[in-house]
Design a protein. Structure first.
Ligand code: ATP
Ligand code: MN
Length: 480
């Protein structure tokens, strides 16, 4: 009997064969009345119930069936008489694979706060909420690759350790093997990076874009999907020090093609989740509804999680220029009543997340793509528009999240790019290879970056980004 091959709980529930002898292995969620074990193996949000003949089972064994214990159960599959499940296993044999001392195991069958669960991130995958998030995260990884593969894009690995400090998207983490207590120094007493591992200063990447652009200049359409690091000291619910970013880069796309692709991409991901993660989404939807009930009326969201997902999948995003957005914001109630922390005085102001959220959540009530930003608040590589003031940048803004995508048409004209680099004061030696792309066979091209965890936040409805990555890295926190 012990040799019976294990069946995953999902398989048993999807296609049950009544009367068949089966073996499942998993973790005990609850054990009721010395009789009913709810077992979960992570293959689905649903548990299978094992029914124990307690009168004929060793009492010592029964005592070891506790929440969190890992067990192997063998028995016949039968139609269930109880509510809540259609089939159950009539247990013939139980083996305890791993005990979980109920006095010490921190997860008990009750609602734990997300803050508490973050402190036990090594165990939180054993809750319904986190196993659902992990499964959806996997489905989204797969959907990203499928979306681009189906469109003829190639996945490219760009370096994680970068020698270019012109990526310009935030503070970087240094990578070094120099002895911090006694680093090599040059004649002027400065740290001598010539003595360092790579013979120069290196950092963890903040974006694969610049290297991604090199690949699109030969493969036409590429995307990267890799770890990204930013040493921003911002303790928000939307920033991680280590996160994953998807960066497509396309030759022959202008800013409009870029916006079309970005919109199609996020809609595809949302639809993929709706089609393939319905059990997990139904669970998270209910979880969010229960949560809402504890909040005052005015703080509750108008739409449920599932309604929000369907809304995004079915409606066109609003495309608005930066200039139009500034007009809307300047004349908005919170600006006039000085409710914004940063008041919008005029054209040229950088938009804060309070402004982005006003546009998305209050004014348009749908996802918004803002484009054509002032060149002075955007990166050097964005294509200058003919007005001389703006660049062909675009940000996709989502309800509850703010910026989920940032992108642009890239400056493909050598002279204009070189001039901008000089204006900003980036040494040419840092970007010689990037400039060469514009010297040899340059082409109009565009791209964007989607923050993967922000997308997972939207799809799962989790309000804190620390809850959508297994082990979050944030200021003062690198446990596990
Ligand atoms: P923000 O203004 O929200 O800090 P950003 O403008 O610095 O973002 P980009 O450099 O445009 O971001 O990066 C592209 C995308 O990467 C963003 O739209 C966002 O989805 C994601 N992203 C950026 N920084 C972080 C971070 N620290 N943690 C998680 N995701 C991030
Ligand atoms: Mn951005």
């Amino acid at each position: 009997m012990k040799d019976l091959k294990r069946t995953k709980i999902k398989e048993l529930l999807d296609a049950p064969v009544i009367g068949k002898k089966v073996n499942v292995k998993g973790w005990v969620r609850t054990f009721r009345n010395n009789q009913f074990i709810a077992i979960n193996d992570g293959s689905t949000i649903n548990n299978i119930q094992g029914v124990v003949d307690f009168e004929n089972t060793d009492e010592k064994l029964l005592k070891r069936i506790t929440t969190g214990a890992c067990i192997s159960v063998t028995g016949d599959l039968a139609e269930s008489k109880g509510k809540g499940q259609s089939v159950e296993i009539i247990v013939e044999n139980i083996e305890i694979l791993g005990d979980a001392d109920p006095e010490k195991f921190p997860l008990q069958p009750k609602k734990h706060s997300l803050e508490f669960l973050r402190e036990i991130a090594h165990l939180r995958v054993r809750t319904n909420t986190f196993s659902a998030i992990y499964r959806i995260r996997h489905a989204m990884i797969f959907a990203v690759h499928k979306f681009f593969t189906d469109r003829g894009f190639y996945n490219v690995h760009t370096p994680i350790i970068t020698g270019s400090d012109a990526e310009g998207a935030g503070e970087m983490f240094r990578v070094t093997t120099l002895d911090p207590a006694n680093p090599a120094k040059d004649e002027d007493g400065n740290i001598n990076y010539k003595e360092d591992f790579f013979g120069k200063e290196t950092n963890l990447t903040v974006s694969g874009q610049l290297e991604g652009e090199t690949a699109c200049m030969g493969l036409s359409e590429i995307y990267t999907f890799g770890p990204t690091f930013r040493a921003e000291n911002s303790n928000t619910s939307r920033h991680l020090a280590e996160f994953w970013m998807i960066e497509p880069e396309m030759a022959f796309y202008d800013i409009n093609d870029n916006m079309d692709l970005a919109e199609a991409f996020v809609k595809y991901l949302v639809n993929y989740a709706l089609d393939n993660c319905s059990d997990d989404l139904a669970f998270l939807n209910q979880r969010a509804l229960d949560d809402e009930k504890t909040k005052p009326q005015q703080e509750r969201s108008e739409l449920s999680l599932l309604e929000r997902l369907k809304f995004v999948a079915e409606n066109d995003f609003e495309r608005v220029t930066y200039t139009e957005a500034i007009d809307i914001l300047r004349n908005s109630k919170p600006n006039k009543k000085k409710k914004f922390q940063y008041l919008i005085e005029g054209w040229g102001a950088d938009l804060q997340s309070e402004h982005e959220r006003f546009l998305v959540e209050k004014h348009f009530k749908k996802p918004v793509i803002l484009y054509n930003y002032p060149k002075d608040i955007k990166a050097f590589y964005m294509r200058q528009n003919d007005d001389g003031k703006t660049v062909a940048a675009m940000d996709v803004l989502f309800p509850g999240i703010g910026e989920i995508i940032g992108g642009s048409q890239r400056e493909e004209r050598y002279g204009i790019l070189k001039q901008r680099i000089d204006e900003i004061g980036i040494p040419e030696k840092d970007l010689w290879w990037y400039l060469e792309l514009r010297k040899f066979g340059s082409a109009p091209h565009s791209g964007f970056g989607l923050g993967f965890e922000r997308m997972i936040q939207f799809v799962t409805g989790m309000t804190n980004i620390r809850d959508v990555i297994p082990f979050p890295r944030t200021p003062d926190n690198a446990e596990f």
